[in-house]
Design a protein around this ligand. Sequence first.
Ligand code: FCB
Length: 446
Amino acid sequence: MIKFPKDFEWGTATASYQIEGGFHEGGRTDGIWDRFTRIPGNIADGTNGDIACDFYHHYEEDLKLAGEAGLQVYRFSISWSRVLPDGTGAVNREGIDFYKKVIAKIHENGMKAAVTMYHWDLPQCLQDRGGWMNREILEWFREYVNVLYAELGESVDYWITENEPFCTSILGYWTGEHAPGFHDYSMALLAVHHLMLAHGVAVKEYRKTGLKAEIGITLNLNRVYPATDDPKDVEAAARLDMQSNALFCDPVFKGCYPRELFDYLVEQGVTVPEIREEDAELLGNKIDFLGINMYETHYAIYDKESWPYQAREVKTGRPITDANWQVTPEGMTEILEFAYENYHPEKIIVTENGAACNDWLQENGKVEDTNRIEFLHQYIKAVGKAIEEGIPVKGYYVWCFCDNFEWAYGLARRFGMVYVDYKTQKRYPKESLHWYSRVIAANEIE
Ligand code: FCB
């Protein structure tokens, strides 16, 4: 039996484009995902987030359900283009009011509100001006976050500047799997730098407001281990490991980028971003907590053809979820150890963890997602183990509350603890939600 500390917080995580819908309602303009999902071939099942699970119209019902399940924190993100339809300038009252109502409902249902300011849905009008390639984005982001601090500052319990800058940069600008869908590694690195600076801007501006809630960033961290003990594979995996972890943790905690990695990339012909003198002050701004999203440990081998790292990820025969991600609960403990030992964050929150499963709705309205329960059980135990080792993990959020739009995979990939029938928008709590409720109530796990 693992007991969790009294002040440990159990929650769930969501994101605007994935759940809200209402894409052309309430003054919202297009974001980069509205554009990206329209291009044939980008989304596996051809769906998009126009409606998704329609949180825009169902938030009262969803938040009531979350409160009744005993959840303590509800994490959601703000759609930039709902709040600032032109990216900058005039504030859309209707957009702000929507988020005020959401936060009020979160509190009314006994939960805390964790707000992600950037979860990948850049306004398309800002993409048209260069998006994360244009350093002016630091000013755009400064304006946007200040609107949020001024309008919502009194009621937000946790601020998260950005979600998974790895995905925005590497998947958005290198592999092209995510919006805006480019394929240029030098661009991806420039995006990394601007994302890290924008995070610094958000923290710096926040401290000026005198608001007391905690602020942090969410990184998707996972170790990349060699799939064999061949020295070439060991070196190759170490390079990918740096890309996954040090590339994002070093700027946040040390105010610089991993030299070894940048030197290697220069040798490969990558243009690394120019770091200006004034950048040091923004990188490495002190945060109150590190958010970690963790789903799977990765394994890699040497592969001459895989530029720029000469490394390729492979599966190692472990069970996989419906997302084709390997089930590696011990990797949760390992990544928490890695983050704590190397960067000493004062506080860590696991801001996402969960599993896509092949769920189906039974005639009696039940969804018996025992595989998800088993997954969560193993990973929560792994979090407990890290806490027993003295690592200050203070919260754990399941991705996701309801089934929703899973980016390049579309609506078909179900991650929720609540099943959504997309035709009727009816919600059906899955067995995992009941199970999670019991874990929360007991604050311990077998
Ligand atoms: C993470 C994202 C989140 C969700 C989960 C499954 O990478 O932050 O939006 O898609 O994966």
